[in-house]
Design a protein around this ligand. Structure first.
Ligand code: SF4
Length: 353
């Protein structure tokens, strides 16, 4: 079963504190206050970012839109390293953490180590989420040496036959070789990072291997083993869709519109990791800068949806990606507005189960 939930927090906090500055702390407090007061036009900058190295994946997990082959309207690409450089130069003085994942496998980017290095050198905490089905251990070595702080590895079985039911095309041997490499790398270099977590994606079909997977995680020296409920159709998922724990963490507010920014592999900017389609982008980082994008119309309109005092100013026929989101549909002050706006149909933001 799960272990290391708390034990992981100490090294994570210590690693994160290494990068904290007075300016970041001041920006964090300012951002939290602006979020608390649901302000629309912001003075603060995002203190957390997701950079998507690539939207290509090597596996075909059926309930992931990328794995299922759902067309997002974006070209399949690797992010341009110079775009990352420019993004980090603009945002690093405020950023506490950068996560490398969104809708693709980050370790497929041939220069992922350079991307990690850029963030690390700008004193930002780095985290990467991977399926670790990468035969090229050299890239893993380079990423570790670039200063990666945290790595999340996803898996869904303890034996090949069960693992490949969800992680289609994945090989258990490759995953274990990667975990072994990480264990040995840390031992060889007496390194505290990357802190490695194994996330077990739980479905009905792999429930019986939970203990065996937890034992494997201990054997391979991971810091924490966590059980994550897989999303999927009713016949596959353990939980029910209307169970409160399956609804987005804070259903009454969207913190992400204030504290987070997502840089997609094609340069598109989205406010959160739920928005998958190109048409839902809030802007394009390759043609604008962050200070401009942060208070652009898409952002202002989205924050306005969460502000009871400004909701009366919303255009009656507003068309906006956030109008699909259950967080917006949970805003009591919008009930009448949403009934009248034909664009406000609640739907899954990735089009998936
Ligand atoms: S889609 Fe939902 S979670 Fe994402 S920014 Fe809009 S309101 Fe927030």
């Amino acid at each position: 079963m799960s272990f290391g939930q708390w034990r992981r927090l100490i090294p994570l906090c210590l690693a994160g504190m290494r990068y904290m500055t007075v300016r970041k702390l001041f920006n964090f407090i300012r951002c939290e206050m602006e979020c608390f007061w649901r302000m629309e036009k912001l003075e603060s900058r995002p203190y957390s970012a997701i950079i998507e190295p690539t939207n290509i994946c090597n596996l075909q997990c059926p309930y992931c839109p990328t794995g299922a082959g759902r067309d997002s309207g974006r070209k399949k690409t690797m992010i341009d390293v110079s775009l990352v450089e420019s993004f980090i130069e603009q945002n690093a003085p405020y950023l506490i953490s950068v996560n490398f994942y969104n809708w693709g496998e980050p370790l497929l980017h041939p220069k992922i180590h350079e991307i990690v290095r850029i963030c690390h050198d700008h004193k930002v905490f780095t985290s990467l989420s991977t399926n670790l089905n990468i035969r090229n251990l050299d890239i893993l070595d380079k990423v570790c040496r670039a200063g990666l702080d945290h790595m999340v590895v996803s898996c869904s079985g303890a034996t090949q036959d069960v693992y490949e039911i969800y992680h289609r095309d994945a090989k258990m041997d490759t995953l274990l070789a990667g975990l072994k490499y990480l264990k040995e790398y840390k031992k060889r270099n007496q390194a505290k990072v990357p802190i490695v977590e194994l996330h077990y994606i739980l479905f009905k079909h792999n429930l019986h291997q939970l203990d065996a997977a937890s034992d494997l995680a201990r054997e391979y020296g991971v810091t924490a083993f966590r059980v994550m409920d897989g999303t999927g159709p009713e016949e596959a998922a353990i939980g029910k869709r209307d169970d409160p724990k399956y609804i987005l963490a804070d259903v009454n507010h969207c913190h992400q519109l204030w504290h987070l920014v997502v840089l997609n592999a094609d340069g598109g900017i989205t406010p959160c990791y739920y928005l998958y389609y190109k048409t839902d982008d809030f802007g394009d980082f390759s043609v604008s800068d962050m200070s401009q994008l942060r208070n652009d119309r898409s952002y202002l309109m989205a924050r306005q949806l969460f502000s009871p005092k400004s909701a009366g100013n919303l255009p009656p026929d507003l068309s906006h990606p956030c109008l699909k989101c259950e967080k917006v549909h949970n805003q009591k002050h919008l009930l009448e507005y949403l009934k009248k706006n034909e664009n406000a149909t609640q739907a899954h933001r990735t089009g998936g189960p």
